[in-house]
Design a protein around this ligand. Structure first.
Ligand SMILES: Cc1ncc(COP(=O)(O)O)c(C=O)c1O
Length: 399
């Protein structure tokens, strides 16, 4: 049976070149980078190179900081809790702005801050699933300590107007953080062009290793650290760095963000995604959520009326296909998909979401196979569905 991995927004396979790059640091070059002897200092050249690749990948300025973290969740926590300590507990601000459709790594952290008395505004998205930047203006006030808005949504792939948001934050002099976990390697990410002050990165979303991420911090925007201890990362994040993973993340960033790589995403990967999507849209009462343009090229969140997302995943899994009903981190929880709820899908639709997310490692053959399997699964599940009655006049649409 063919195996087809269509859950690349949950995590990606490690690029074999990245794995090769990491190997020496898991075997021979094992010194602690902070040690003064050759075993430690032997790690430095590749660590410096990895940092250079991270800076280049997001167009950071030499004077800015990039702090290595365990993942994007830690980077998000570091910004939100750092701002809480510096500007709310020790300052005179008490307000943070975000959107209704952020990843739990943002929303759960903000819920915690709310329990501590911080006021949080959750901006709604429009019926395309994106924030209209001008709505932000109405909610920024003197007490606003931070605006945190994702670059691209993990479930729909919708791309947010980061450049416009960055300009508004600059105009009001409010620090701007963006969770770029789902943007890097799929679309161009440029912190200088977009006036970003903090940006979260996760290596395992762009064919790097798991357990490593980074936080970009613009010069002059440093935060009280979350982890105190040794002087690693200039005292911004204590703990011995996982050298192998850092080196892997660096090369993965270089490979994923070169102009050729982004072009490949926009042409080859998007081409496969569109074939898959169009084949499903030929079937009645299927919808691509947030389907108009302005999506990351690899992502498709599809709602198939009468087909529970979980049942669909089961059928696909039986045939060797891995997909998701939403964010993998939340997929044990059978609540309706919050992103679909946020832009007003009715409750049946909200339970029928299946997210298909591709990568540069998918092939034409895999997509042809997936199309056949998905069509068969839809027919089978609709046949046994109590809620679905075939209505020939109904048609497809893009929400
Ligand atoms: C938008 C977004 N932010 C944050 C995360 C968490 O990333 P990590 O696994 O690196 O903590 C994810 C993972 O799905 C994500 O999609």
């Amino acid at each position: 049976m063919m195996e087809v991995y269509l859950d690349n927004n949950a995590t990606t396979m490690i690029d074999p070149l990245v794995f090769e790059e990491m190997k020496p640091f898991l075997t021979n070059i094992y010194g602690n980078p902070n040690s003064l002897h050759r075993f430690g200092s032997g790690t430095h050249p590749k660590m410096v190179e990895a940092l250079d690749y991270l800076y280049e990948g997001i167009n950071a300025h030499d004077n800015d900081d990039i702090i290595i973290t365990a993942n994007a969740t830690e980077a998000n926590n570091m910004v939100i809790k750092g701002i809480w300590i510096d500007k709310i507990l020790n300052g005179n601000k008490n307000h943070i702005i975000t959107t209704e459709v952020e990843h739990p790594a943002i929303t759960a952290t903000l819920k915690f801050l709310e329990s501590q008395g911080v006021s949080v505004t959750y901006l709604p998205v429009n019926d395309e699933g994106v924030l209209e930047a001008h709505t932000l203006r109405k909610y920024i006030k003197d007490e606003t300590a931070l605006v945190t808005i994702m670059w691209a949504n993990n479930e729909t792939g919708k791309i947010f107007p980061i450049e416009e948001i960055g300009l508004i934050c600059k105009e009001f002099d409010v620090p701007f953080h963006t969770d770029a976990t789902q943007a890097i390697g799929k679309i161009p990410v440029d912190v200088q062009k977009c006036n970003v002050d903090y940006l979260s990165i996760s290596a395992h979303k762009f064919h790097g290793p798991k357990g490593i991420g980074a936080l970009y911090v613009k010069k002059g925007y440093s935060l009280t650290p979350l982890l105190h201890g040794g002087e690693q990362m200039g005292g911004h994040r204590a703990g011995t760095v996982d050298v192998a993973s850092m080196v892997g993340m660096g090369l993965a960033m270089k490979l994923a963000t070169s102009p050729e790589a982004i072009e490949y995403e926009q042409t080859f990967v998007k081409g496969l995604r569109d074939q898959l999507e169009n084949a499903i849209l030929e079937i009645s009462e299927t919808i691509v959520i947030g389907g108009a343009d302005n999506r990351t090229p690899n992502t498709s969140l599809i709602s198939i009326r009468g087909v529970e997302g979980e049942s669909m995943l089961w059928d696909l899994n039986q045939k060797g296909i891995g997909a998701s009903t939403g964010s993998a981190c939340a997929s044990e929880d059978l609540e309706a998909n919050p992103v679909m709820n946020a832009f007003g899908s009715d409750s049946e639709l909200a339970h029928t979401g299946v997210r298909l997310s591709l990568s540069r490692f998918n092939t034409q053959e895999e997509i042809d196979y997936a199309i056949d399997v998905i069509k068969t699964a839809i027919a089978r599940l609709r046949n046994i569905s109590s809620s679905f009655a075939y209505a020939p006049e109904s048609h497809n649409s893009q929400l």
